[in-house]
Design a protein around this ligand. Sequence first.
Ligand SMILES: [Zn+2]
Length: 315
Amino acid sequence: MTCKVCNKEAVFVTTHNLLGLVESSIFQCSTCKTLFRDPLPSEKQLFEYYSKRDGRYNEVLEQKMAINQSNWLNDKLKKFGYLKNDYNYFEFGCGRGWLVKCMKNLGYNSFGLDPDSNSVSWGKTNLDINISQGFLDIYSNVNEFKSEKNLIISMMHVLEHLTNPSDVLKYLSTNFENHLLYFEVPDGKFEADVLKLDTLNCNSSGQHFFSFTEEGIISLLENRGYDVIVLEKFGNQRFWKSYLRSMNVWGIIETKYKYWRDVKFSFFEIFLISLSLSFKTMFYWITSKIEDLLFRRNSRLDLPVIRILAKSKLK
Ligand SMILES: [Zn+2]
């Protein structure tokens, strides 16, 4: 298998059922270490999946994230000499539109698109912003946002959900002259272990088709017509720790269950295994409680991420 990000050789890692839609394998690139899944559900399946999904963070958290992301962008634009008046801000996958709102507050002319109609109508009503329903139908939506100004095209935690991030970047870099690209993805260096374990529908990393590394994302951008202006990493490495522990327990239980289903078993064996599992679970539970006492509890704000500002290469 060829790496979908840097085109080097990738190796098979494991297979999971993805979103209850398709049996999908995970591959890891030997060079850039990016993880990706193959095969992926069809666009139609994904549209149905995401239109039924209603998972949002609470408002305070979404607002805090957006304030961090908008201030960072505004600072970098200033630092690298991009003038506010020369750019319109445009976000794909804007959710309820908190970041669109924050950019508007900072004085940018701001727009957003999101596939979830509930989020869009909430944002329009409560945040007084210019957003509409749409997204992966990027090809029909983009033109209406072309204007005399250059664009800052933004995609926060979007690339990892796309079936074809490479094609989407190529499309953007060839169809918009002289724009900036602003995005954030989970840092695959820490997220990879979670992806390898399972694809839980309830957890957002379970829905990621890609887990990007710094090396992979830089290579993807360079191959698709972008120069990185600045890349920074944020978050706390402990974020995934307790989650990984519980995933491991569920993994053991699932493996045993499959084994009992397929092979003849004795009640004595089940008794022994259940006993050992109970002890293991208890041990994990106590360790987590101790860690909660010792360390501050992680929130979504601690998720390890890679944040990038890039510019399209001059033609
Ligand atoms: Zn690669």
